[in-house]
Design a binder for this molecule. Structure first.
Ligand SMILES: Cc1cc2nc3c(=O)[nH]c(=O)nc-3n(C[C@H](O)[C@H](O)[C@H](O)COP(=O)(O)OP(=O)(O)OC[C@H]3O[C@@H](n4cnc5c(N)ncnc54)[C@H](O)[C@@H]3O)c2cc1C
Length: 331
């Protein structure tokens, strides 16, 4: 492992000043960063531990929004009464991730900024190229193992997907990420945080070096009828092949609001705007759900090794919508 400096920040200002040094990274739960440093994928010059900062509260704001500090642990957030009552999809998404031990360490900010699990990105030793890890070295996955690869928004340079479950629920909920640096604070809608690869796959997000995620804000919930379903190769300790986060509002037999995001399909949580458009004003029928899923998946592009994901996403989306509609009709 490369030598690096280490410090523990006592307050946010000192963390920001340390982070402003080139090559310095925040350390939260360390469940992704330390793993990647051991593998030689990440090689920071400095590390600043942010876990002592006063950023670990979950609080309701006067307008009913919820503000979640960046160092809130995934297990704490999943179990929080406000989240369980008002945003069940977020609680379920968190509980579907990793294992109990990892969720006890993992934080909100770290979960959002965890890096792809693409085999070629994680594997330094084999010598197979990865444009995300080493720009210009090629994409091993394009001619290799594609089971996990993207069906939306991929480029010639990179077909990796974002691995976070939590981020998919946050995308459906229109969360806003609060970011701070030595020059001030800005608010980034979650849909603008993660980038598509284009010809710069080494950049996962739109954050600038030295920026620290401070908090994530959830707008007031439009409905507690929401869920998250994750389809994966085994029931635990596995990343999503496809996942669906959805909120559905049905009034007088008509869908009046829908918020849907897909996971495991792109380098960002994929907001399913086409499906949402097709649902608004429609009756909550299986045919209507199929039409909505078809509208979303029309733009999907598979490779030989991941073509199955298109049908898997279609069926999972239809099934999740049918489940939420059945819950509504039982009310
Ligand atoms: C075996 C295993 C299985 C897993 N399965 C799943 C799964 O199914 N679903 C899932 O979603 N995840 C899964 N994970 C990933 C896990 O959820 C992440 O590793 C974890 O959420 C990262 O959070 P952390 O606090 O440990 O981040 P760290 O490892 O501390 O940091 C990750 C990155 O974020 C940066 N960072 C952290 N906090 C901030 C901040 N506030 N501002 C700016 N930068 C910051 C760090 O510099 C680093 O680059 C799994 C991990 C393992 C090891």
């Amino acid at each position: 492992m490369k030598t690096f400096t280490f410090s523990r920040a006592a307050d946010t200002d000192s963390a920001l000043h340390t982070l402003a040094q080139p090559g310095t990274r925040a350390l939260a739960g360390g469940t992704n960063l330390v793993d990647l440093m051991r593998r030689g994928v990440e090689r920071p010059d400095g590390i600043v531990d942010i876990t002592s900062l006063p950023l670990s509260d979950v609080a309701e704001l006067p307008d009913g929004s919820i503000r979640i500090g960046t160092t809130v642990r995934n297990s704490t957030l999943a179990a929080h009464p406000l989240i369980r009552e008002r945003y069940p999809l977020l609680s379920r998404a968190l509980l579907s991730g990793a294992s109990g031990q990892i969720r006890n360490m993992a934080t909100v900010g770290g979960n959002l900024l965890q890096r792809t699990r693409c085999l070629y990105f994680m594997d330094v030793e084999s010598g197979v190229g990865c444009n995300k890890r080493e720009p210009g070295s090629g994409c091993g996955a394009r001619g290799g193992f594609q089971r996990d690869a993207a069906i939306f928004g991929a480029s010639d340079q990179c077909i990796a997907v974002h691995p976070s479950d939590m981020a998919v629920a946050l995308a459906a909920l229109d969360a806003v990420v609060e970011v701070q640096s030595t020059t001030g604070i800005r608010r980034v809608p979650i849909g603008d945080l993660h980038r598509l690869p284009g010809d710069m796959p080494q950049l996962d997000t739109t954050l600038d070096p030295g920026e620290l995620i401070i908090a994530v804000e959830l707008p007031p919930a439009i409905s507690a009828r929401s869920t998250y379903r994750k389809v994966r190769d085994r029931a635990s300790f596995a990343f999503a092949l496809v996942s669906v986060a959805a909120v559905l509002v049905i009034e007088d037999g008509q869908i009046t609001a829908a918020q849907i995001a897909l996971g495991g399909v792109a380098s960002q949580p994929w907001r399913a705007r086409e499906a949402e458009r097709a649902l608004i004003g429609a009756e909550p029928t299986r045919d209507g759900f199929r039409r909505a899923a078809d509208a979303e998946l029309a733009a999907a592009e598979g490779l030989p090794g991941n073509m199955f994901k298109i049908e898997l996403a279609r069926r999972t989306l239809v099934s999740v919508l049918a489940e939420l509609a059945a819950e509504e009709s039982e009310r």
